[in-house]
Design a protein around this ligand. Structure first.
Ligand SMILES: [Zn+2]
Ligand SMILES: [Zn+2]
Length: 443
């Protein structure tokens, strides 16, 4: 069983007194307190761990627990044993399997079956008599739910620094790199889904925007390809303010961490030409001229997308910014492809439509395995259900149809699916159980 420390619960007599130590004396950041009426406690989380996206939801925290009524379990605990360590919560991948394993070894359990905990998690307690006097809680996070919670990724000090995520797929090395973060209106990101539902998966900021990542994908095989290139650095302060752009760590950094320079890229492949995907295709040189960002690369764009992007309408012109791609044609590095085809051995494009009429996804195959870079077809792990479609999509019914077709295939073939805009999950495997889809980080 693999278990990760989720949090340590501490029973306190009063929260204010506890905060004088944890917040004021230690100087730790604290989150807003939360009431749990069913337990008659008020809980205050104090994050003390490093958020990471390598399978963890967020860093570990301390949970200060104060009773809100005399008959609260916490009040009884303090009465009996005084304030102090109350429980330790370990996060496991499969709580049913964990309980079965414990039962088989004769461990005394408080909960024989998992029960629903906060925020859709499943929890179960192990009796202290089996754990050297410590009450241990097991917790299984609702994968694809909390994992896609940007607030969990962001932590109190803004978006977490994320490492490149590397995957081996047959003969290919796939590296999910980052061009930083930006923010879009939460309502627009989830179309017809009510805020009461989507806000459970991702917490909007005071302007109702949600945090999104920009994660281009490097495909290293006999040649080196990058799919999409983030937003780039040509936009002004006003643009950065509107979109809440955070690019302290951007594509130059993450490519360097992957051991790559702009000159190493042979092929740049576009899913589509919106600014958050194609902004990094060009740069402005010292003389102010626009030129291709990757000097040796051939840039490959779908012809229909090119036509639409170079003739934006009132509806599309906020996303199609000509400086991002017109200079590619002028520099003679642009190659337009007309239909679904192989771009380099093992890498195919497939039109999805929906988001834009000629939006395409990229399928990568090697050694009997398949990865899918689905771009804005499924921008985050929260967009896995068919009807969770962006309001930004020009043809939402086509998006739904494309998802309906793709999902069973992705589940069947156990495809590694990349989520270009998810601030926490770079990629995962789709699963369906009882009609509910989930994202798992491992097969
Ligand atoms: Zn887009
Ligand atoms: Zn996008």
């Amino acid at each position: 069983m693999k278990a990760v420390l989720d949090h340590v619960g501490i029973a306190v007599k009063d929260l204010e007194g506890a905060l004088r130590f944890y917040r004021d004396a230690l100087g730790l950041e604290v989150e807003a307190p939360e009431d749990v009426p069913s337990q008659q406690v008020r809980a205050q989380f104090v994050p003390v761990g490093q958020p990471s996206d390598a399978g963890a939801v967020a860093g570990a925290s301390l949970e200060l627990l104060a009773a809100t009524a005399p008959e609260s379990p916490i009040a009884k605990f303090i009465e009996k044993r005084g304030p102090g360590l109350h429980h330790i919560t370990l996060r496991v991948d499969d709580i049913h399997a964990a309980l079965a394993q414990l039962r088989a070894r004769g461990t005394r359990l408080v909960d024989n079956e998992p029960r629903p905990g906060a925020e859709g998690a499943l929890v179960a307690f192990i009796h202290p008599s089996s754990a050297q006097g410590v009450l241990i809680e097991l917790k299984q996070s609702p994968v694809g739910r909390v994992l896609s919670d940007p607030a969990a990724a962001a932590g109190p000090k803004g978006p977490a620094l994320q490492e490149n995520q590397k995957y081996t797929l047959g003969d290919f090395e796939l590296i999910s790199v980052s061009d930083g973060f930006f923010r879009l209106d939460g309502g627009s990101m989830f179309g017809v889904i009510p805020k009461t539902m989507w806000s459970q998966k991702t917490r909007p900021d005071e302007r109702n925007r949600i945090l999104l990542a920009m994660r281009p994908l490097v495909v290293r095989g006999s040649r080196t390809m990058i799919i999409d290139a983030g937003m780039g650095d040509k936009e002004n302060e006003k643009f950065h303010e509107i979109y809440g752009v955070e690019r302290k760590r951007h594509l130059d950094h993450t490519l360097a961490e992957a051991g790559l320079a702009a000159e190493d890229i042979d092929i740049v492949l576009a899913s589509h030409l919106h600014f958050d995907h194609a902004g990094g295709f060009t740069v402005r040189d010292a003389a102010g001229r626009l030129r291709p960002r990757f000097p040796r690369a051939q840039y490959i764009v779908r012809r229909g997308e090119w036509e639409d992007a170079t003739h934006p309408s009132v509806r599309t012109r906020a996303s199609y910014l000509l400086d991002n791609y017109v200079p590619l044609a002028e520099a003679g590095v642009l190659q337009l492809v007309d239909d679904d085809q192989t771009i380099m051995p093992g890498v195919k494009v497939r039109r999805t439509g929906g988001h834009t009429q000629h939006h395409q996804m990229i399928l990568i195959e090697s050694g009997g395995k398949t990865a899918a870079f689905v771009a804005d077809l499924i921008p985050t792990a929260a967009h896995v259900p068919d009807v969770w479609v962006m309001g930004y999509d020009l043809y939402p019914l086509d998006t739904m149809a494309a998802k309906k077709q793709f999902m069973p295939e992705a589940i069947d073939k156990q495809m590694l699916v990349f989520f270009e805009h998810d601030p926490v999950i770079a990629a995962g495997y789709l699963q369906e159980e009882d009609g509910k889809r989930r994202v798992r980080l491992e097969t």
